[in-house]
Design a protein around this ligand. Sequence first.
Ligand SMILES: NC(=O)c1ccc[n+]([C@@H]2O[C@H](COP(=O)([O-])OP(=O)(O)OC[C@H]3O[C@@H](n4cnc5c(N)ncnc54)[C@H](OP(=O)(O)O)[C@@H]3O)[C@@H](O)[C@H]2O)c1
Length: 224
Amino acid sequence: MQTVLITGVGRGIGKALAQTFLEKGFFVIGTTTTGTADFARENLFVCKLNLSSTKSTKECVEAIHGLGKKINILINNAGVLLDEDETTLIPERLRATLEVNLIGTADFTEHLIAGMAPHGHIIFISSTAGSLEQTGHLESHWPNHYPAYKISKAALNMYMRTLAQRLKKDGLIVSSVHPGWVKTAMGGDEADITPEEAVGAIYKFTLTSPETGFFWFKNEKLPW
Ligand SMILES: NC(=O)c1ccc[n+]([C@@H]2O[C@H](COP(=O)([O-])OP(=O)(O)OC[C@H]3O[C@@H](n4cnc5c(N)ncnc54)[C@H](OP(=O)(O)O)[C@@H]3O)[C@@H](O)[C@H]2O)c1
């Protein structure tokens, strides 16, 4: 039985990811900020994780290592959007955003690398909001919303890229994935697709062996 570790399985894309991998017969290690989930299965282990806290990260990693399972797929899904309605950078919100979307995610990942199975795949759920190319159209009339979130996802992509270079010799694949605009607490009701639709594409992607170190949407490379 293959093992997948997914952060943020309490709701949204993470919950749909966990339920899909459970249906496909994976052993699923999920994290939530409460340590509980509103679904239970024999092949599900839920761990409490607050990515803003190094103590919480360490405790969650210890619990995961205690299971004695090698991780085939790590999906860093948990994330925050704290400046949705802002067009001006608010330093405190940037700090809080980076704590979760970048620093906490990187800290968690670094602790888990040694526990990855050979040919394992580390995936970061990123966003086209972090694409320099897409935000680079300065003549665009679209307001430049949520700068802290955009910065965090651009930085996350760079962490992914440096990690991919580092782990290439070990045979591990590292990728960033854009899920689409998804109807969740973060994406809102107006979004294009349901979490289940988004996860269908992400699940298919995990079954491929993509070139390491790139940014993907539905198996197509995205511009940085
Ligand atoms: N929705 C979209 O349209 C969209 C588009 C592009 C990218 N994304 C990315 O997709 C990922 C999932 O987003 P979503 O739409 O499913 O959002 P969501 O419904 O708001 O869910 C966010 C998840 O992150 C977890 N989380 C938040 N703060 C955390 C912390 N400090 N420590 C650990 N976990 C924490 C939440 O846990 P709790 O439930 O316990 O709070 C929740 O499970 C995010 O990385 C997001 O940036 C989403």
